[in-house]
Design a protein around this ligand. Structure first.
Ligand SMILES: *Cc1c(COP(=O)(O)O)cnc(C)c1O
Length: 230
C-alpha cells in the first residue's frame, strides 16, 4: 500500500529531525509521482497527501487536468523555455530554474496572467557534468538578476545530489547547500526569500534532512521502482 510507504518515509523524516534538533513541521515531503499512473496519486490523495512532484511539464499538465482532488504539483525536472507556457499557473513551485533566460520566460508568461510564480534556483553543488544547475559561485549573481523580475519570486534553492552507494557521501554536498542558502539569505536581497532548501531523494533524504533540507523529493521509496519502457 502506497500510504504505508509514505508513512514510513514520514516517520524517517521525524526521526532525522529528532536526531538533528529540528522541528518536523519544517520539512515537506513531496511524493514524486513521475511515470506513475494517476490512480497512484488519487490513492495517496484520498489519505490527505497534498504535495506531488513531476519532472515533465506535459505529464504534470495531464495529471493536473485529470486529478479529482485539489493537490499541488511541483515541477522538479529540467524546464525548457518552450514548456514554460504549460507550467506557469500549474506548478505550485518550479524547483529547477538555472538561467536568466528561463526566468525571463517565466516572467513573461506570469506577467501575462498577472500572476507571481514561485521558483527555486537549481544548484549543481557537486559540479557533475551530466546535471543541470549552476555552480555555487554563480548562484548569488543569478539570484540578484532574477530578483529584479516582478512576476518571479525566488523562495530558495534546490539540488540533485549525486547518486552514491553510501548516502553519507552526500553529507558535504547538503552541508554546502545549507551554507550557501544562509549566505545568500544574509544579503537580504529584495524580492528574495531564502527559506526553502529542496534536497534529498529516496537514496539520501535522511541525511539531507539531518543537514537542513526543508523539502525532500521522494519517488521510489513511496511508489516503487519506475519503469521507463512502458
Ligand atoms: C525522480 C526525481 C526524484 C525522486 O527520485 P527517487 O530516487 O525515486 O526518490 C527527486 N528529484 C528529482 C529532480 C527527480 O527527477
Amino acid at each position: 500500500m502506497l500510504i504505508e510507504n509514505y508513512r514510513e518515509v514520514e516517520a524517517n523524516i521525524v526521526k532525522a529531525c529528532e536526531r538533528s534538533g529540528r522541528d518536523p513541521k519544517e520539512v515537506t515531503l513531496i511524493a514524486v509521482s513521475k511515470t506513475k499512473p494517476l490512480s497512484d496519486i488519487e490513492e495517496l490523495a484520498s489519505y490527505g497527501v497534498m504535495e506531488f512532484g513531476e519532472n515533465k511539464p506535459q505529464e504534470m499538465k495531464e495529471k493536473i487536468e485529470n486529478v479529482s482532488k485539489p493537490v499541488h504539483f511541483h515541477l522538479i525536472g529540467h524546464l525548457q523555455t518552450n514548456k514554460v507556457k504549460i507550467t506557469v499557473g500549474k506548478a505550485v513551485l518550479i524547483h529547477s530554474v538555472d538561467s536568466l533566460h528561463l526566468a525571463e520566460a517565466i516572467e513573461k508568461e506570469s506577467a501575462k496572467r498577472d500572476f507571481v510564480t514561485d521558483v527555486l534556483i537549481e544548484v549543481n553543488m557537486a559540479e557533475e557534468e551530466t546535471k543541470f544547475g549552476l555552480s555555487s559561485d554563480e548562484t548569488e549573481a543569478l539570484v540578484r538578476e532574477i530578483s529584479k523580475l516582478p512576476h518571479v519570486k525566488i523562495k530558495g534553492l534546490m539540488t540533485i545530489a549525486p547518486f552514491v552507494p553510501d548516502p553519507e557521501e552526500n553529507r558535504p554536498v547538503f552541508k554546502a547547500m545549507k551554507e550557501l542558502l544562509l549566505d545568500i539569505k544574509s544579503k537580504n536581497i529584495d524580492n528574495v526569500d531564502m527559506d526553502i532548501l529542496s534536497m534529498g531523494m529516496t537514496n539520501d533524504y535522511i541525511v539531507a534532512v539531518e543537514e537542513g533540507s526543508t523539502m525532500v523529493r521522494v519517488g521510489t521509496a513511496i511508489f516503487g521502482a519506475r519503469n521507463y519502457n512502458v
